[in-house]
Design a binder for this molecule. Structure first.
Ligand code: ADP
Length: 165
């Protein structure tokens, strides 16, 4: 049985992430999405909120689980019996750092390999940061993120704007 993890910040999950999740879930037996607890200064969503949002979005994928984690990605993989790390590649700009991370991970734990999925063309430009920028300035972001996430982003942004007043 092949178990894979898909690690990331997912602040918040986008349609681009979901595209990778759906495709990866077809090629492995079990996919565990790992939401990284990092020290990024100003996340829009808490870890719990990010996990909950992804869970809602993957409800109909029976072989997908969502967890949060801290520390090394390879340790998270090993603790979950996973031998594969899934990552998405959007453009050449992703390539250099992703290659470096994958090689480092493979050196730390040779049992673990990274599998890259190239982004579907319609999401090649998309990142959580872009979606947040658009939402902040009042754009409808349902093209970028699932509808539920778009609604939650709007609530967050409305609260932020109220704080600014
Ligand atoms: P990180 O902070 O680890 O890059 P992200 O949540 O931004 O976490 O991304 C997690 C993974 O999803 C990365 O492999 C990233 O390249 C990939 N990814 C991000 N946006 C997209 C997208 N629009 N299409 C496909 N893959 C994406």
């Amino acid at each position: 049985m092949t178990v894979a993890i898909y690690p990331g910040s997912f602040d918040p999950v986008t349609r681009g992430h979901l595209d990778i999740i759906q495709r990866a879930a077809k090629v492995v037996d079990k996919l565990i999405i790992g939401v990284l607890i990092n020290r990024a200064k100003d996340p829009l969503f808490t870890i719990e909120e990010r996990v909950e949002l992804i869970r809602e979005c993957v409800r109909d994928l029976p072989n997908v689980e969502v967890k949060s984690f801290t520390g090394l990605t390879v340790d998270f993989a090993r603790d979950n019996g996973a031998t594969v790390i899934i990552r998405g590649l959007r453009a050449v700009t992703d390539f250099e750092s992703e290659m470096q991370i994958a090689q480092t991970n493979h050196i730390i734990d040779p049992q673990v390999d990274t599998m890259f999925f190239t982004t579907s063309l319609e999401y090649a430009y998309l990142s959580s940061t872009i979606a947040k920028e658009a939402a902040f300035y009042g754009s409808d972001v349902s093209r970028f993120v699932p509808d539920l996430v778009a609604r939650r982003m709007k609530e967050k942004m409305d609260a932020l704007h109220r704080e600014e007043e």
